[in-house]
Design a protein around this ligand. Structure first.
Ligand code: NAG
Ligand code: NAG
Ligand code: NAG
Ligand code: NAG
Ligand code: NAG
Ligand code: NAG
Ligand code: NAG
Ligand code: NAG
Ligand code: NAG
Length: 305
């Protein structure tokens, strides 16, 4: 310990002479970024950001938290539910120590700012705004991201392939947007995923087999895309932890696997209504003792219950 400490002190002493030029002035960078962010907010009727002024240290501004180790770096910005409107300033992308960014339940418009340098980000919640455009480089540096919630916006384009780099993702919610294209096969790399919500978009194609690699998955919600086609991939039967399986309002077809109830014994919610499923309703469904919601309406099932 003592040796380590003295080494640290020596190293510290040796670098102190160059500190001024070598270490950028983060205090002003983060404050400038926050003030730029505030300037792009056009509506704050509740004056929620009135504390964001120079007479108060910015680490004490409403919704702002700073690192305990780097006292000047902003690690959390949470201004959810404050009735704010405006665009998201690109300066957000300069808050490179951010771990938590929560702007949910406001009415931000315009495109997502470039967040590709925020490699420390763990929780990104932009839910329930009016954000437009594509999900571009937002995810380029997402290896620490655990929760991504961009749901209930007006986002267009495809689900980015870069998603596969978010290897720590547990919660993925892109539901209720205008996304098109197929569910990327490389979603199967995200083995920590517990919750996947991609419903209420315009996704097409079939449900990729690779979904079956997500062994920890609890919720799979793909309902309301309208045009997802093909059958339920057999690999889904490997998701034995699944609690919610909601595929309603699509164009899925084929017979249900006869052993579905025995393979997915933890289901509480199984919604398959408004599709083109056919054949018999498997008797094994009767083995899912915890099932609370079962939706099979508006399909082409035949035979006995
Ligand atoms: C700065 O914020 C404080 C605390 O909310 C407030 O009392 C003060 O009026 C603000 N100053 C300005 C110039 O807005
Ligand atoms: C942001 O703040 C709201 C209100 O205090 C809270 O409910 C929410 O959990 C916070 N978000 C995060 C990601 O901690
Ligand atoms: C980000 O910070 C750099 C360096 O301080 C600055 O040059 C740049 O203009 C900032 N970008 C934004 C969008 O604020
Ligand atoms: C969405 O945000 C609005 C405020 O912009 C709020 O009134 C509404 O309750 C939010 N909806 C949900 C489902 O959280
Ligand atoms: C959000 O802003 C858009 C565009 O300014 C507007 O059309 C919409 O009504 C707003 N929504 C809410 C919930 O205030
Ligand atoms: C990831 O973040 C680091 C550090 O902020 C940055 O230097 C790098 O360019 C980013 N990578 C991408 C692909 O944007
Ligand atoms: C994933 O990350 C690697 C390494 O940072 C990068 O080379 C690659 O382009 C990224 N993949 C995508 C699809 O962005
Ligand atoms: C289910 O998992 C087992 C064990 O990993 C594997 O051998 C099998 O191929 C999987 N089944 C499907 C249909 O993916
Ligand atoms: C229900 O579970 C029991 C016990 O595991 C099993 O013997 C039976 O074959 C199952 N019934 C159906 C219809 O799958």
């Amino acid at each position: 310990m003592l040796v380590l400490l003295s080494l640290l002190l020596i190293a510290h002493g040796a670098s102190s002479s160059i500190r001024c030029s070598a270490i950028p002035n983060y205090e002003s960078t983060d404050m400038i970024s926050l003030l730029d962010f505030k300037r792009a907010i056009t509506k704050d009727t509740r004056r929620a950001l009135r504390s964001w002024n120079a007479s108060i240290p910015y680490c004490q501004w409403e919704g702002v938290m700073c690192s305990l180790r780097h006292l000047t770096r902003v690690t959390e910005l949470n201004i959810s539910d404050l009735g704010l409107a405006g665009t998201l300033s690109p300066s957000l992308g300069n808050l490179t120590f951010l771990k938590i960014l929560d702007l949910s339940n406001n009415n931000f418009t315009g495109e997502l700012p470039p967040l590709n340098r925020l490699h420390r980000l763990q929780l990104l919640l932009l839910r329930n705004n009016s954000l437009q455009g594509m999900i571009r480089d937002t995810l380029a540096n997402c290896s620490n991201l655990e929760l991504l919630d961009l749901s209930s916006n007006l986002l267009v384009g495809e689900i980015p392939l870069a998603l596969a780099n978010c290897s720590n993702l547990e919660w993925l919610d892109l539901s209720s947007n205008l996304l098109v294209g197929e569910i990327p096969r490389n979603i199967g790399f995200l083995s920590n995923l517990l919750f996947v919500y991609l419903g209420h978009n315009h996704l097409t194609g079939s449900i990729p087999d690779e979904i079956g690699l997500l062994r920890n998955l609890l919720d799979l919600f793909l309902a309301g895309n309208g045009r997802l086609s093909g059958g339920i991939p057999p690999s889904v039967l490997n998701l034995s932890s699944l609690v919610v399986l909601d595929l309603g309002n699509n164009m899925l077809e084929g017979a249900l696997p006869s052993n579905i109830g025995d393979m997915l014994p933890n289901l509480k919610w199984l919604e398959l209504d408004y599709n083109k499923f056919e054949g018999h309703i498997p008797a094994s469904l009767g083995n899912i003792s915890g099932l609370r919601t079962l939706g099979l309406s508006f399909n082409n099932f035949i035979g006995q219950l």
